[in-house]
Design a protein around this ligand. Structure first.
Ligand SMILES: [Zn+2]
Length: 400
């Protein structure tokens, strides 16, 4: 473990931070079921002397389409010195395979000793980073500007907590930082945007042995459309001139018997691109391919199937200006603990997508996560501790 920071203002109690992250990863809390995580964080904050009146949960779960056990946990700490408010955030939910995580520490690495479970460093390591920074402020009675801690719900199933946050409860922060990633020197300043595509294909049922010609097979229509998209470069990695994107058909449900010409099929796909105009073009290519395919398959009496097409913007892409104050603060913090900051752009969605859309440009930083969403997931402890130091520097308002 690193000890470069010992005796400096941003040195943290390393064994307390490691114990905290291990406890947090053992707490059960997949998306929509974050109640125990809220209780854990609350209890630690109260024990450290944070007044109860500073802690609340919002009503995001009442607005999120699928509901949820709890809203987002928001903690507003008044400043003990002047300065713009800063916000530190991380998401509380984990993917379902992390539910029975049994974290064990070996050397510099934490893994789950349960071979059937993931670890949940995504994103309890982020929660532990934010919580450690706050606990250190209180433990060492450090002066700091106003700080908002934002622990959000339901990131993994669609960035819902950040999307539906009661934004007026965040206290108009000027600089926002999110911990959800790997190496501590990575400073993420942008991410792609993502459309969800839902297609219902309606064919015509008929006996597959007696009168197949009277039917229209919905699977045939979908297959022709997917083949068309693949052959014309609209499926998988998409490169058209200088435009880039990706798309994927991920889910198909159809059919119940082989002796029936399949009358219906439902399909789900996604389309991503940093470029909103090009992303819409990908969605349009899907629509055209399915409509064309539906017209091309006819029954013996000339009837065709039908396609119902739906798309929903899951999150818009964003790109922060590298000159943005939050970006420059994050870079300074990374440098101060002895690392070389590396600016990066991601191809997955982040809570920062929605925070930025709400008017709070948010930088995302690493906290030691590796091989997330798998049973091999592990946490790199030195990176996690560096994340804690960076968070403490950003919370204490020392830089700038
Ligand atoms: Zn995450």
């Amino acid at each position: 473990m690193t000890n470069v920071s010992e005796g400096t203002s941003f040195a943290i109690d390393q064994s307390a931070a490691v114990a905290l992250v291990m406890e947090l990863m053992a707490v059960t809390g997949r998306s929509k079921h974050e109640g125990q995580v809220v209780a854990f964080v609350r209890e630690r904050l109260l024990a450290a002397g944070v007044p109860e009146s500073c802690i609340e949960t919002d009503t995001a779960n009442r607005r999120i389409p699928g509901g949820g056990e709890t809203g987002n946990l928001i903690v507003k700490l008044p400043g003990t010195k002047r300065g713009p408010r800063r916000l530190l955030m991380a998401h509380m939910d984990t993917v379902p395979i992390c539910v029975r995580a049994k974290p064990v520490l070996k050397g510099d690495v934490i893994r789950s000793s349960n071979p059937a479970s993931g670890l949940g460093g995504d994103d309890r390591a982020g929660v532990a980073v934010v919580l450690t920074a706050a606990l250190e402020l209180f433990r060492r009675k450090l002066t700091h500007p106003p700080v908002t801690l934002f622990f959000c719900v339901q990131e993994e199933i669609g960035l819902y907590g950040a999307r539906y946050v009661s934004a007026n409860k965040l206290g108009t922060p000027k600089f926002c930082f999110n911990w959800d990633g790997g190496d501590a020197n990575y400073v993420n300043i942008g991410a792609t945007g993502d459309y969800a595509i839902e297609i219902e294909v309606e064919g015509i049922a008929s006996h597959a042995g007696v009168h197949p010609e009277r039917g229209v097979n919905a699977i045939t229509i979908a297959s022709l459309a997917i083949a068309d998209l693949t052959q014309n470069g609209w499926h998988g990695l998409i490169e058209k001139g200088k435009h880039r994107g990706t798309s994927n058909v991920g889910i198909i449900h159809a059919g119940e018997a082989t002796n029936v010409v399949t009358p219906s099929l439902s399909l789900r796909a996604e389309a991503r691109s940093h470029d909103p105009v090009f992303r819409k073009k990908i969605v349009e290519a899907y629509r055209k391919a399915f409509e064309l395919a539906a017209k091309s398959v006819r029954s013996s009496d000339g009837k065709t199937g039908r396609v119902t097409f739906g798309s929903d913007l899951k999150y818009e892409s964003f790109r922060l200006n590298p000159e943005e104050p939050a970006v420059s603060l994050a870079k300074q913090a990374v440098e101060k603990i002895g690392l070389i900051p590396e600016l990066c752009i991601g191809n997955g969605g982040l809570d920062a997508n929605w925070m930025t859309a709400h008017g709070f440009p948010t930088v995302t930083l690493g906290c030691g996560q590796h091989d997330i969403h798998t049973t091999n997931e592990w946490l790199h402890v030195p990176s996690f501790l560096q994340g804690c130091e960076i968070a403490l520097l950003l919370a204490s308002g020392e830089l700038g």
